[in-house]
Design a protein around this ligand. Structure first.
Ligand code: GLU
Length: 499
């Protein structure tokens, strides 16, 4: 018998933002499907009506698209096993419950909350793990049906056979749980709402899922799901539980560790390919190598579940930044321009819409500052000298006020003011040379005061690059003016007159 086409699913609950852990789960499912030529299903697990929100589903879809993870079946695209939203599948679950009751694989439980609480307390006193006594399992079907028909409320429980629950996990190997660990658990609450383990199993089976790849927080759910597969006589899928992601303190990664949602990475200016590459490495490595940078196609070609490690992965910002810098270097400038523009537009440093002249100038700004950033959102701060020179620090002010500093300031400002037109880097160099000869000051004692006058700080980009950016930028119609070298010198003189 030939193996069926692999089918995997990503099954998020729309109860919050998509975080690193789930994004990695989505990516591994997607990579597995692409590698094996299988199908990738997106299923929305929104049975928790209190916590599920449509805006989270919208956001989730946006985040997956941004990461480049497309699905062959699911919301928006449909497919042969629709609907793909659990809230729209209630009738299917109901039909399956009827079947289990009919076949005696499940039973109605009329125990009240108080009765169950008493059982719990007793177990506690006797130092036993609490499990349902199975009291209602003994009820005759006819009696249960009569009570239900009379309007008595009931939950539906699975009659779990007394045998170990086993499954194979591709990451962890063979796993076994004693049947007592699950007892006769509830499938449908007395409110009529089916529980997570139940609907997940029905959906995975009906949607012909061959491999369940998900976070290891679900491993303790798996024996219940195995019991459900067995009750229906369905074949088990293969499981692969992915290890936990930890923060640098080796605690489970959470909000405490700072931004962890995909949306926040996007806002920071982490590029999707960098994040995908990074997430791929969080628990997986290519065969026989220490290689860490992969294109999307290379990831697809290399990805194997057998190479996923069971040990926890530690989230490492330095590595993510390193990959982001790597991806930035590979990305065409027009694309980087489009991605970086909004950070500058938000500060009113650039207009909301581009013009050819501003584009060309901004590309030069990017070429100068991109190598200095880990995230695109850091660009304005790096380029602040162009629009908003930093206020002069105390230390730099005393440098300007030193004997040599004063001499340089006087000579330099006079020369700039005497220049008839714009300044080329070549002309700037000549002027600096003249200042050097006239004042006898050289090296950093010469350059630092000039830099402070022009940018507010004694360190920053090379003059060769900076001068033309200031000169050309000053001629553009920008929402926040970039002042020319002359304008900077004039502003410096004006500000020092009063002080
Ligand atoms: N809806 C579950 C969650 O978001 C995932 C269920 C599963 O993958 O089995 O955690």
């Amino acid at each position: 018998m030939s193996n069926p086409t692999p089918r995997v699913r990503f099954a998020p609950s729309p109860t919050g933002m998509l975080h690193v852990g789930n994004a990695r789960t989505a990516l591994y499912n997607w990579l597995f499907a692409r590698h094996t030529g299988g199908d990738f299903v997106l299923r929305i697990e929104d049975t928790d009506v209190e916590r599920s929100e449509a805006r989270y589903e919208t956001q989730l879809i946006e985040d997956l698209r941004w990461l480049g993870l497309d699905w062959s079946e699911g919301p928006l695209v449909g497919g042969p096993y629709a609907p793909y939203r659990q809230s729209e599948r209630m009738e299917i679950y109901q039909q399956h419950t009827d079947r289990l009751l009919r076949e005696g694989k499940a039973y109605r439980c009329f125990c009240t909350a108080e009765e169950l609480e008493q059982e719990r307390q007793l177990a506690l006193q006797e130092h036993r793990t609490q499990m349902y006594s199975g009291k209602c399992r003994a009820l005759a079907t006819s009696e249960a049906e009569t009570r239900a028909a009379a309007g008595e409320s009931f939950a539906v429980r699975l009659a779990v056979p007394d045998a170990p629950l086993r499954f194979h996990d591709i990451v962890r190997g063979d796993v076994e749980f004693a049947s007592e660990t699950v007892s006769d658990f509830i499938l449908v609450r007395s409110t009529g709402v089916p529980v997570y383990n139940y609907v997940v199993t029905i959906d995975d089976a009906l949607m012909q899922i061959t491999h369940v790849i998900r976070g290891d927080d679900h491993i303790s759910n798996t024996p219940r799901q195995v019991a459900i597969y067995q009750a229906f006589g369905w074949q088990l899928p293969q499981f692969a539980h992915l290890s936990t992601i930890l923060g640098s303190d080796r605690e489970r990664l959470s909000k405490r560790h700072g931004a962890t949602s995909v949306a926040s990475f996007r806002e920071m200016g982490i590029l999707p390919q960098a994040l995908a590459n990074y997430l791929a490495l969080l628990g997986w490595g290519a065969e026989g190598g220490t290689r860490e940078t992969f294109t999307r196609e290379e990831l697809i070609a290399e990805f194997k579940l057998e190479r996923v490690t069971p040990s926890p992965a530690v989230f490492d910002w330095d590595k993510l930044h390193w990959l982001n810098r790597h991806v930035i270097k590979q990305t065409p400038l027009p694309e980087l321009r489009a991605l970086s523009w909004p950070y500058f537009a938000a500060l009113h440093w650039l207009p909301p819409h581009a013009t050819a002249a501003i584009d060309a100038w901004f590309d030069r700004v990017l070429e100068l500052f991109l190598p200095a950033v880990d995230q695109l959102q850091q660009l304005p701060e790096k380029a602040t000298a162009l629009w908003k020179p930093a206020p002069v620090t105390q230390e730099d002010a005393s440098l300007l006020a030193s004997e040599a500093g004063e001499r340089v300031v006087r000579a330099f400002t006079a020369k700039i003011l005497a220049e008839p037109g714009g300044l080329t880097p070549q002309r700037f160099k000549e002027l600096m040379n003249e200042v050097k000869v006239e004042t006898g000051v050289k090296g950093k004692d010469l350059f630092h005061p000039v830099r402070i006058i022009l940018t507010g700080a004694h360190s920053g980009p090379e003059f060769d690059k900076l001068i033309p950016l200031l000169e050309d930028g000053s001629k553009l119609d920008l929402p926040t003016h970039v002042s020319s070298v002359r304008e900077r010198v004039e502003a410096f003189i004006a500000s020092s007159v009063g002080s």
